[in-house]
Design a protein around this ligand. Structure first.
Ligand SMILES: *Cc1c(COP(=O)(O)O)cnc(C)c1O
Length: 474
């Protein structure tokens, strides 16, 4: 294919060399004001990337590639500037998903933020026995709190709930069989699938029942001398409706007792308060699982609970103690920042009356649609004049999602600011400009408009968000 070869050669010949790039005035100024070697490295890897693209792309892509100096410099500058900014930065979530996994799930409470800052200021009591001054047990930090709040005998926290599930299975059932209902073989985003988790934990999965119905006798018939545990998984991110049936937890607990088998409950989100009091479907409560006799229960720290990433394991003290002795626990343990934030978050639950005020996730859930509407109207009034002729603004009914697989199929009535660009800009393009703003704003694009759901926008962020929208449309 001489034609294609010629195209590649032309592009490669056109590519500027490193000296030309590094001497460009804009690149030069970047190199002078920031770590020079880092900027050089970024520019070089951009150039290498473009060279590889020219060598490896099929002809139809080749036609689109431009390799002249100005464009390569523009591109390298853009990449370098982004690399010099913090990569993890604060954003405004106007996307209307409360537990937005990609945006860090639960926004953590003020008290938890302060505890983290305190723990990080210097040294802290992470794993020290304060009486003896000798090495202590970091797992004890939350033991009493978890017992008090949930009613379980003991509790610890590890890296996340995925880690918690693996630890429990590995500790209680390595080399043995674990019985699970077919209706509960879930996949959570990010490659967390119960059958694979089971395998990696060293257990053999024994599926019982059918997709829609599983009976107590299905479990009982599957028990052999190799059975090591029974697992219940909350089908957090989907719902089976119609002719369905799962075994109630107390019956599962009784079966476990009868055969002397531990019953494990993976609750996923796991709520510590009853969501039905806010008109939402009831998410299974941790306290009820304890009361129903589950031997060990795991749930996430950063879903409904509203804390940082973590996986709580609570239940019988003997089981929690054997988890602590599992060498894998060392690999999956939390650091000082997490402990500080977990403790402060759990302590919020000791004062239920103040929870709605102090707990950001609950505050978002309980805000009345009317209140969201008023805040949205206020935002609209504030920016309407400046955006005249640039965008059409309307306050429309909308829906907030819980996110993170919590409350599937159910949303919270809300209101949104609907923005329809009148200038030559697609809604997708406006969304992108908002994401690149300072602070970045995440929105939703629907029906040729951009939607801002203020339920997930923290109080006090509205003004900055309005400015970001004005800038994006300027
Ligand atoms: C979310 C979820 C997990 C994983 O929890 P992470 O804290 O994200 O690791 C495991 N099991 C269930 C049922 C879940 O809903």
């Amino acid at each position: 294919m001489p034609e294609e070869k010629k195209m590649r050669k032309e592009l490669l010949d056109k590519l500027p060399g490193m000296p030309a790039l590094l001497n460009d005035p804009d690149v030069k100024s970047l190199r002078e004001n920031h770590p020079t070697l880092y900027v050089n490295d970024i520019v070089r890897s951009e150039l290498d990337h473009l060279r590889r693209t020219i060598l490896e792309s099929p002809p139809e892509v080749l036609k689109e590639i431009k390799a002249d100096e100005a464009q390569v410099i523009q591109r390298a500058l853009k990449v370098a500037k982004r690399a010099l900014e913090p990569s993890v930065k604060g954003v405004i979530n106007a996307a209307g998903v409360i537990l937005h996994t990609a945006l860090g799930r639960a926004p953590i409470a003020r008290a938890a933020q302060e505890s983290v800052a305190m723990a990080l200021e210097g040294y802290c009591t992470l794993a020290i026995n304060e009486e003896t001054g000798k090495r202590g047990d970091r797992h004890l930090h939350l033991d009493r709190l978890l017992a008090h709040i949930t009613g379980a005998e003991a509790g610890i926290v590890v890296n996340n709930n995925a880690a918690g599930t693996m630890l429990i299975l590995n500790t209680l059932a390595q080399g043995g069989e674990v019985i699970v209902s077919r209706g509960q073989l879930i996949e959570i985003g990010g490659a967390f699938r119960i059958p694979e988790v089971m395998e990696r934990s060293g257990c053999k999965l024994v599926e019982v029942g059918t997709t829609n119905r599983t009976h107590l006798r299905d479990y009982e018939n599957a028990i052999t001398e190799d059975t090591a545990a029974i697992l219940r998984v909350h089908t957090s991110n989907y719902r089976i409706i119609g002719f369905t049936g799962e075994v109630p937890l107390p019956e599962l607990a009784a079966l476990g007792k009868k055969y002397n088998l531990p019953v494990i409950d993976d609750l996923g989100s796991g709520a510590l308060v009853d969501l039905s009091q806010y008109g939402l479907p009831k998410e299974p409560m941790v306290q009820e699982s304890v009361r129903d006799g589950m031997d060990v229960i795991c749930f996430s720290g950063d879903k409904m609970l509203g804390g940082p990433q973590g996986g709580y394991l609570i239940g019988k003290r003997s089981i929690i103690d054997s988890v602590k002795k599992n060498p894998l626990t060392r690999a999956l343990r939390c650091d000082k920042m997490s402990y500080a934030a977990h403790e402060a978050t759990l302590k919020l639950y000791l004062e239920p009356d103040k929870l709605e005020e102090n707990h950001p996730v609950l505050s978002m859930i309980v805000e009345k649609p009317e209140s969201v509407r008023r805040r949205t109207q206020a935002l609209r009034r504030r920016i309407a004049k400046d955006l005249q002729g640039k965008a059409e603004l309307a306050v429309i009914p909308s829906e907030t999602e819980m996110g993170s697989g919590s409350l599937p199929g159910k949303s919270i009535p809300s209101f949104a600011l609907q923005v329809k660009p009148l200038i030559k800009m697609t809604p997708d393009c406006l969304g992108e400009k908002l994401r690149q703003g300072n602070p970045p704003v995440y929105t939703r694009v629907a029906a040729e408009t951009v939607l801002f759901d203020l339920r997930t926008v923290l109080r006090g962020q509205e003004k900055a968000m309005g400015e970001c929208l004005k800038t994006a449309l300027a």
